[in-house]
Structures are given as structure tokens and as C-alpha cells.
Ligand binder design. Sequence first.
Ligand SMILES: NCc1[nH]cc(CCC(=O)O)c1CC(=O)O
Length: 313
Amino acid sequence: MTQMPDPQNPIRIGTRGSALALAQAEETRNRLMAAHDLPEAAFQIVVIKTTGDRVLDRPLKEIGGKGLFTREIEDALTVSEIDIAVHSMKDMPTIQPDGLIIDCYLPREDVRDAFVSNLYGGIVELPRGAVVGSSSLRRRAQLAAKRPDLALVEFRGNVQTRLKKLEDGVAVATFLAMAGLSRLGMTHVARGAVEPDEMLPAVAQGCIGVERRASDDRIAAMLAAISHAPSARRVESERAFLARLDGSCDTPIAGLAEIVGDELRLRGEILRPDGGEVISGERRGSLSDGPQMGTDLAQELLSRAPSGFFDWR
Ligand SMILES: NCc1[nH]cc(CCC(=O)O)c1CC(=O)O
């Protein structure tokens, strides 16, 4: 029998402080409340500032290192300042620090990218030479591969900041994850969703994961009740693919696993940062083979990549 929390000793949920991160933490709390019939007072949301939140004036790849949005939160979890950490799995390094584990995934949201523009309805409508804002190496490379004529500019900051930049004419279009817009109740700013065939999403896009101390059996039992197995299958396959490529959320890599009937279908793609070359492939297998399929597909793409392809590593 799991020992249940009391308001004197709430379960502390660690998260970044952005509107999106808070929405994700609240969604996790609400699911735990419903699954265990607990009041809101049984939980405390603890906001933790990360390096990625602090440094806003430089592209992420210049600040460097993995886990820019997660390290401080994982440190707090390790030293028991918090009991669980809620993350966008897209931002998570493929390896967790010793003593921490992620084995709880919430039902995955829309995995697609959103096309956002005040002037145009989609990528094909963009005029020659149009300026597009994005700081994502993946989106920049994918766009450059499709439309080498476009001009790309760095675009960082939260959703509001990026929309303001569009208003100000810094760029005529940008891309955001549909999942983020959806969690913020802002899907109306999207002119449309970009289908995976056109732009394969980032590994784990749209999926919230919950991290805990591996030794914390009480929290493990609570999280088991809200973990969504199909989302876990998909994300663990994609993350095995990313891990074999030694990638992170800020490398020009895309990957998407989907459940088709009783099969798992994994698509993956690696790109030169300038979009000059795209190497893609696909695997199908049983639901339980996801991680192996991810490793195999990564291995195949690596073997097809000419030397020098991985200059971004
Ligand atoms: N790297 C930032 C980030 N991490 C997760 C999301 C969106 C939510 C998600 O994919 O789960 C975003 C913003 C974006 O790409 O628009």
C-alpha cells in the first residue's frame, strides 16, 4: 500500500517557470490528483530557473552543452529539494544523471510543428527570399533543404516574444511546436500544422515526461498510475535513435515513431545544418522492439553519411 501525501508534506513538483512549463506541471499534478483522489494541497509546484531561462540573448547552440533547460532541475531532484520533475521530453538529454529515472510519460500531444505567419498560409506560399525566424537547428536545416532561397534568422524567446517579432516584421513566418501552443490554449496563432511528411518533428516532440529518483518507490507507484504506455513505446524508440546519434534537442536530427495497427513505425532523418543533404530512413517492428529499431535506424543512417557530415557534433 502506497503511503499517501498529506498537506503538511506535499509532493514537490519541480518545473521551469515559463507559461508552457507551468502548464505541463499543472497537467501532471491534475492527473495525479485524479488518479489518486488527492486534493490540490497534496502538491506543491516548485519553480526552478535554468541556464536556458537565464541566457536569452544568445542562440542555444552557442551557450553549448546538453540539458540547458534541465540540469538545475535534475540537481534539485537529486538532493531531494523536489520529488518529481516535469519535462518536455524534447528538451531532455538521452541519458539521465545517476540515481534519476524517467519512466512515466503523459499521453502525447500533437507531434507536428505549427506554421505561424501573419502573411502566408504555409511553406509553399512563402515568396522567394522570404525571411523566416527559427533558432532550431532541425527546423532551419529542414527548411533550407526544402527552400534554399529562404533567409533564416535567429528567433529565440517565449511564444509571445516570437509573435511580437513577427508583428515587428523581423521575419514573415516562424515555427512552433503545436503541442506547446495547444497547452497554452494558443493553437489559433498557427496558420496550419506541418505534416510529418513535410517536416519530420523533433524526437519526443509533444511528450511530457516525469522524472524521479530511481530509489523512490512511493513516487514510482504514484507515477505508474498516470503513465501512458503507447507514448512510452514511441518516445523510447525515438530516444534510442537520438542516443545512438549522440544527438540532443539542438542537433539537426528528426525522429518520429507511430503506432500503426499492432506495429511500431519509426522514421528518422539527419541533416547537414545548411540543409545541403538529408539522410532519412524507416523501420517497422513490434511494439516492444522500439529501442532496438531506434539504434538500428541510427546505425544505418550513420553508415550512409559521408565523412564530414557530422560537423555539428
Ligand atoms: N525547445 C523548446 C521547446 N521544448 C518543447 C516545446 C514544445 C512542447 C513540446 O514539444 O512538447 C518547445 C517549444 C517549441 O518547439 O515550440
